[in-house]
Design a protein around this ligand. Structure first.
Ligand code: ZN
Length: 568
């Protein structure tokens, strides 16, 4: 679709019964197809129709997030919330028929094998017998979101939303950090029973769903829900063991350095969030300046990236600045009908603003580069791979950081890399905790907390709470992690992708041009192959292979050592 500005694009409200009829007609055409060529043509027509629907649904949804007070888009948003399950129900028989289609050989020749692997595991995650349980799972998830949406902690005698505690917990003033942390965790301690009960019910309903579908417990089902066709539970177990053996000691060295930098001898749990004595690097300039800097950066970085970045800004495909009526947070979404992504954020003056222009743009660029892939489900891989697109772009942008951070650019790079490194053991802890939860669905609140504390001591041994925080000492930290509640088993994907991004980072320091062109090729592959094959085709060492982590550590150390952190 040709368009000038996102705000001018006109979309009609979908007629749900027409959508149902169209899917039924496509299904009957597929079942009557006489040969492979005809089947391929019908499947292509179906994919184009999927894109049409996706476009019609997403545009008003995006507009709704930009201005929740706009009545037209708010009504459309509600309308689709209600009707998307009906659309999915109408589409589902086609996927089932496609899976059983007698012309599989020809179809695999055209679209690849992976499309069918995805359909196969998707079919394993659903049966009409679990509809009620799925509704229950969603309802408990909403209960959790509601509780967290109103979450407030106490700071200096005043109630403030827990989302506002972050700057206090990173305050340069130690007393403020302590009080901020106590206020933040105070909410969780006060609501511990409620949060534990919500999680208990989620574990139990997910276990029930898994058993009804023929699984022993939720673990394998959770993997299938995340489209992991070839990542096994044992792959992840081995990867976690490798993190414990190699990455945990690496991080402990970095915490020692942090201690020296801050000049604090008795580091407390609330001190670790402060990386530098004078605070983190902040970008300089207005939001318009940052976009202008990014425009200049991409122009110097790569013709393809530059052309697409300009396309997005010129066509109003970014809404970056916080303003009244916008929902909080940020996201990017690919809109197939426009062959472009939309980036949404709420700039707040922190380094995170620059990460939006790199991270989210990395995702966007990938969406654009893979837009020629006909099957929508193959345009983008699983989270463990698609976050490589975005996290790598954060690193490819390093040589241009002086545009955004001026004289603090080295401090930004140092801090950014440290955070990424330190994240891995935490991400792995979150996964190991969930493995415990789903393999011990009958565990009590106290047993779950004890399990978390043991995992925390293993992967994050610097965390000593002692008498400073009884709630955390008993193992309550996991209760703050949203993903544990609403995105089961997803969290580990960030860590796997991070390792893939480190690989591109190391390559970019050796030969930027070659690394960037390899990155573009990797993006173009989209999600056409299962994970392990995608890593091979993309020329990356598989992050889950036991030799990968130990080979990365010395390179990252070398890079950190090349920056003098004593002045930060
Ligand atoms: Zn991302």
């Amino acid at each position: 679709m040709e368009f000038k500005k996102f705000s001018d694009v006109k979309v009609d409200k979908l007629d749900i019964s027409a959508v149902q009829k169209k899917y039924a007609a496509l299904l009957s055409k597929l079942s009557q197809a006489k040969d492979g060529q005809e089947a391929i043509k019908i499947v292509k027509e179906k994919f184009a129709f999927d894109d049409e629907i996706n476009t019609a649904v997403q545009i008003p949804q995006v507009r709704h997030t930009i201005d929740i007070n706009d009545k037209v888009n708010s009504d459309l948003n509600d309308f689709y919330d209600e009707n998307i399950p009906l659309i999915a129900e109408a589409e589902n028989p086609f996927s089932q028929a496609l899976f059983k289609c007698p012309f599989r050989k020809e179809l695999e020749g055209e679209f690849g094998k992976h499309l069918f692997e995805l359909i196969e595991i998707n079919l394993k995650t659903f049966s009409p017998a679990i509809v009620k349980d799925l509704q229950e799972e969603n309802a408990i998830g909403s209960e959790y979101n509601k509780l967290m949406g109103q979450a407030k902690g106490i700071y200096k005698g005043e109630e403030i939303p827990i989302t506002k505690f972050d700057p206090l917990m990173k305050s340069l003033n130690r007393e403020e950090r302590k009080e901020g942390s106590e206020g933040y965790w105070g909410f969780f301690a006060k609501n511990e029973d409620k949060l534990a009960d919500i999680y208990d019910r989620l574990v139990k309903v997910r276990t029930r769903i898994a058993k009804k579908l023929g699984f022993d417990n939720f673990l394998q089902l959770g993997y299938y829900r995340l489209n992991r066709t070839d990542i096994t539970i044992s792959d992840v177990e081995k990867y976690c063991a490798q993190v414990y053996k190699t990455w945990v000691p690496f991080c402990q060295e970095l915490y020692k350095k942090q201690e020296q930098r801050l000049g604090i001898k008795d580091m407390k749990y609330y001190d670790y969030s402060l990386m530098f004595k004078n605070g983190n690097a902040k970008p300089v300039g207005t939001p318009e300046d940052l976009v202008a800097d990014a425009t200049k950066m991409y122009k110097e970085m790569s013709p393809v990236a530059s052309k697409y970045f300009n396309f997005m800004t010129e066509h109003g495909m970014m809404d970056l600045v916080a303003k009244a009526g916008k929902i909080p947070g940020g996201y990017m979404t690919y809109i197939p009908g426009l062959k472009s992504s939309f980036i949404f954020s709420n700039f707040n003056g922190s380094a995170g603003d620059v990460d939006v222009l790199t991270h989210e743009f990395g995702h966007s660029l990938q969406g654009f580069l893979a837009s020629d892939i006909v099957a929508p489900s193959l345009r983008s891989p699983g989270y463990e791979s698609c976050e490589i697109h975005s996290m790598s772009m954060e690193f490819f942008a390093y040589p241009w950081m002086q545009y955004f951070f001026k004289e603090n650019e080295a401090k930004y790079r140092y801090g950014h890399l440290l955070e990424d490194i330190a994240f891995i053991p935490y991400g792995v802890s979150v996964d190991e905790f969930q493995v415990f939860a789903y393999t011990h669905p009958e565990a009590t609140q106290e047993e779950r907390k004890a399990a978390w504390r043991a995992i925390e001591k293993k992967y994050l041994p610097q965390r000593k709470y002692g008498e400073d925080n009884a709630f955390l000492e008993k193992g309550g930290y996991w209760m703050r992690q949203l993903h544990i509640y609403v995105d089961p088993l997803y969290y580990i994907d960030y860590t796997i992708a991070q390792v893939g991004a480190f690989e591109f980072f190391i390559k970019s320091n050796e030969d930027f041009k070659a690394a960037f062109s390899q990155y573009l090729s990797f993006c173009k592959l989209g999600g056409k192959y299962p994970y392990h094959e995608l890593m091979v085709k993309g020329g990356l060492e598989d992050p889950m292979k036991p030799s990968t982590l130990p080979s990365i550590i010395p390179e990252l150390k070398k890079y950190l050592d090349s920056i003098d952190d004593s002045k930060f």
